[in-house]
Design a protein around this ligand. Structure first.
Ligand code: ISJ
Length: 394
């Protein structure tokens, strides 16, 4: 097919992918205008531990717990859609018959219903307010007993999807509401549909081979004037974020990497919230470390921003006490080897769309100073990111 001259809208592309039972990912990088989508024409989407440098263009979608029941997925970019030019391009190795089938489907798509792929999984489990608060109390006790330093506890919550809801319209609205977030919509047959506005880079490598990651933690509601300069941070948040920073530094150390730049912590805005963020940057060409992206991805996930410190006892604690399955929440997702490079984000401020309900997810970092009520409130605030999106259709 090469470069098609026909013009399509994002809605055409998404409808065709759903009607044709294909996996599709749509995204926009923070502070960018460019909306892209990719569609896989493969039979299977599962992947093993990703090797970013060797990978073809596509979109990674990985769960929190990589040895749990959810699979690591790769939506190969057999078809790539650029929303600015409204054009669609097929990869050189895309299966020709499937490309033709998809293009034909695109012509007749106007009348297809606008749904989304739903999950094959049986009924999701939910965490209650009491259950969450009990888990926080147990975590504080374990931290006081020096079993770990920090653990991130999360919960989920279900809301009815309004009848007029459209994932593409919601995605487009998120572009406006959350300009500095990574905005995404992922829909995979048998796995389901997720959308979100993430504030947190896990691993990014741009076209100039610059590697970036961040230490993001510490949360407070946006100040009244919306100015980052008027934020006042408590010692608890400062320490919590410093732990994430320390973890990233320990990963660099494991790889014997000494040349990196570190800026922060600075206060940043994420929707209705503010966080503390330290930015790390490495010129992988200058330090002659071409596999840094993959190596760091393997060491970082799950970071102490979503799991805890040390990683193993924190993960163990989460699996034992959290009381529900995080699924793809606090996993990671993003384009790999796209025209803008590889940009993986932590899957936060997100929701999973079921047939009639949406499951919203949020967590909070627990330290020795945590109070169950405050941490509960923090998860309430974080859930507003997606509640605002649903509310627009009510
Ligand atoms: C766990 C979440 O967010 C993470 C936890 C934070 C915290 O504990 O303060 C802040 C930002 C994120 O790294 C979430 O949004 O669900």
């Amino acid at each position: 097919m090469g470069t098609e001259t026909r013009h399509y809208t994002l809605e055409n592309i998404f409808r065709a992918a759903i009607a044709q039972q294909k996996a599709v990912a749509v995204w926009r990088l923070p502070l960018s205008e460019q909306v892209q989508a990719c569609i896989s024409l493969q039979q299977s989407y599962t992947t093993s531990l990703p090797n970013l440098e060797q990978s073809p263009f596509g979109f990674l979608f990985c769960p929190f717990h990589t040895s749990g029941q959810e699979q690591q997925l790769f939506i190969k970019g057999d078809l790539c859609f650029d929303a600015t030019s409204q054009s669609i391009t097929a990869a050189a190795d895309a299966p020709a018959a499937a490309v033709e089938g998809f293009t034909e489907a695109l012509q007749s798509i106007e009348h297809a219903s606008l749904g989304w792929h739903s999950s094959d999984a049986t009924q999701a489990s939910y965490q209650t307010e009491a259950g969450f608060k009990t888990a926080v109390e147990k975590a504080v006790a374990a931290i006081t007993a020096e079993e770990m330093e920090k653990v991130v506890l999360s919960r989920n919550f279900s809301e009815v999807v309004p009848a007029s809801f459209s994932p593409v319209a919601a995605f487009e609205q998120m572009l406006q509401t959350y300009p500095n977030a990574f905005v995404s919509l992922v829909s995979v047959p048998g796995v389901g549909t997720w959308m979100g506005a993430s504030p947190e880079i896990l691993v990014s490598i741009d076209q100039n081979n610059i590697f970036k990651t961040v230490a993001l933690a510490g949360t407070q509601p946006l100040t009244e004037d919306g100015c980052t300069s008027s934020a006042i941070w408590r010692q608890k948040e400062i320490e919590e974020q410093a732990m994430v920073e320390r973890y990233i530094l320990s990963c660099f150390k494991k790889l014997r990497l000494r040349e990196y730049s570190e800026i922060g912590p600075r206060t940043v805005v994420a929707g209705n919230l503010m966080h503390l963020r330290t930015d790390f940057k490495v010129d992988t060409k200058e330090v002659d470390f071409p596999t840094l992206g993959t190596d760091m991805l393997h060491l970082l996930h799950p970071t102490s921003a979503v799991c805890g410190l040390p990683k193993e006892p924190a993960l163990e604690f989460i699996l034992q006490h959290e009381g529900y399955d995080r699924s793809y929440y606090s996993g990671y997702l993003g384009p790999v080897n796209s025209s803008a490079g590889t940009h993986l984000f932590v899957n936060l401020r997100c929701m999973q769309l079921l047939a009639t309900d949406a499951i919203l997810y949020a967590g909070a970092g627990i330290t020795g100073e945590s109070s169950p009520e405050k941490e509960w409130q923090e998860t309430q605030h974080k859930m507003q990111t997606m509640q605002r999106v649903l509310a627009n259709f009510k």
